[in-house]
Ligand binder design. Structure first.
Ligand SMILES: O=C(O)CC1=CCC(=O)O1
Length: 96
């Protein structure tokens, strides 16, 4: 199942910089592991914002929920989810 996910990161301005750096490093490590596993298919920075558009490919809504809530930055993100599916006009063979 494919999901389009928008994540807006809202770290508190007074957060200890070392704590923020650790959260970002842990987020990156988990994101890259999920990408290697094929579960986090796309990760795009939204230009001019501390936010991203992502596409997740997971087995269920529950798996998506569990994945998102385990992200280190989850407590500091606003997240919007939309279910998506293949467009009949797409020429991308890996769209499913
Ligand atoms: O910077 C972001 O948009 C949040 C994030 C998601 C994966 C990652 O490494 O950072």
């Amino acid at each position: 199942m494919l999901f389009h996910v928008k994540m807006i990161v809202r770290l508190p301005p007074d957060m200890d910089p070392a704590r923020a750096d650790k959260l970002k490093a842990d987020e990156k490590a988990l994101a890259q592991r999920l990408m290697e596993e094929g579960k986090w298919r796309h990760l795009w920075r939204i230009a001019g914002e501390y936010a991203n558009f992502s596409v997740f490919d997971v087995g269920s809504v529950q798996e998506l929920h569990d994945t998102l809530t385990q992200l280190p930055l989850f407590p500091y993100m606003d997240i919007e989810v939309k279910a998506i599916c293949r467009h009949p006009s797409s020429i991308r063979q890996d769209d499913r």
